[in-house]
Design a protein around this ligand. Structure first.
Ligand code: DGY
Length: 320
């Protein structure tokens, strides 16, 4: 019997084609709707491999019902949806998709920063709603980006890629990270600072840290209070790093100037959520790595990792 693989979202046939000759492949048939939990558990039972999305919880319950499971390839660089300890105990290899999405994610993060600062969404709405009556001196005046200070919280490869973009805009680059990044300091002139100092000095605070026990709820009232009133808060990491009530209050009371958010505590966020009613918020539906090229590269990497593990080889990008 061929080893079986379950894929938790509909992926293009061309992507799964390399799996078809040697494996039994089954796929949840919807693109926009996550596989129901009971179906995931049922399919995991008997599967040798899973390709999962960040909306799928891969936990002890799942591992216990999946005695043949050897590898889980998560279609994301982040893997906070996966219980690594449970996987370790069951000797299930976990793979993610780093590197292939770095520049695409950095592009979107910088676009979110620029969109927030230069009020691009508001301006688009303004012209399409027929409000533009004449050129006027301070029409939709935003904040400058060039020569300002960016503070990057989480200086992994995406953080460094954002720093490279910031350097092109002649920005001062501050960063806060678990460890120092000598290469970024040398090549980009990035300066390591404590979080307090980063918050006090930055015109743009950009969060790119993974969601861990250390970073969960890192941004509370106090952190927003420590920021400049003219500063923008950009989050392209994970929603749970931020206390959204505290963020709403900071945006409402003018503690900070605005926010650009690609991620939320609950995804998809309710369209009636108070964050979405604020003019000084630009909100995106978790699309930072979503260019066609990059999403296909991520899918292909998942497929390659699964083939490697099921053939007894080392996968390209195993989470350690
Ligand atoms: C990731 O890869 O972790 C992103 O958040 C999803 O593209």
């Amino acid at each position: 019997m061929k080893p079986s693989i379950f894929i938790t979202r509909k992926l293009p046939d061309t992507v799964i084609e390399p799996l078809n000759s040697e494996f039994e492949v089954e796929m949840w048939d919807k693109e926009d709707v996550p596989v129901p939990r009971d179906m995931l558990l049922e399919k995991a039972n008997g599967a040798s491999a899973l390709i999962t999305m960040l909306s799928d919880k891969v936990d002890t319950e799942l591992m216990e019902q999946a005695p043949s499971l050897k590898v889980v390839a998560n279609l994301a660089v982040g893997y906070d949806n996966i219980d690594l300890e449970a996987a370790n105990q069951k000797e299930v290899v976990i793979c993610n998709t780093p590197d292939v999405l770095t520049d695409t994610t950095a592009d979107l993060t910088f676009a979110l920063l620029m969109t927030s600062a230069r009020r691009i969404v508001e301006a688009d709405r303004y012209i399409k709603e027929g409000q533009w009556k004449s050129w006027s001196p301070l029409l939709l005046a935003g904040a400058d980006i060039h020569h300002k200070t960016i503070g990057i919280v989480g200086m992994g490869s995406i953080g460094e890629a954002v720093a490279r973009r910031a350097k092109g805009f002649d920005m001062n680059i501050l960063y806060h990270n678990r460890s120092r990044k000598p290469e970024a300091e040398e090549k980009l002139g990035a300066v390591y600072v404590k979080l307090d100092e980063l918050l006090a000095q930055s015109d743009f605070v950009v969060v790119l840290a993974p969601l861990t026990e250390e970073t969960e709820g890192l941004f509370q009232k106090e952190q927003f209070k420590a920021m400049k009133k003219s500063a923008f808060f950009i989050n392209a990491a994970r929603g749970a790093i931020v206390n959204e009530e505290a963020l709403i209050e900071a945006l409402n009371t003018g503690e900070i100037a605005g926010a650009g958010l690609d991620v939320f505590v609950n995804e998809p966020i309710d369209s009636n959520h108070p964050l979405l009613s604020l003019d000084n918020v630009v909100a995106l539906p978790h699309i930072a790595s979503s260019s066609t090229e990059t999403r296909l590269a991520m899918m292909n990497l998942c497929v390659q990792n699964i083939i490697a593990v099921l053939k007894g080889d080392k996968p390209k990008t195993q989470v350690k």
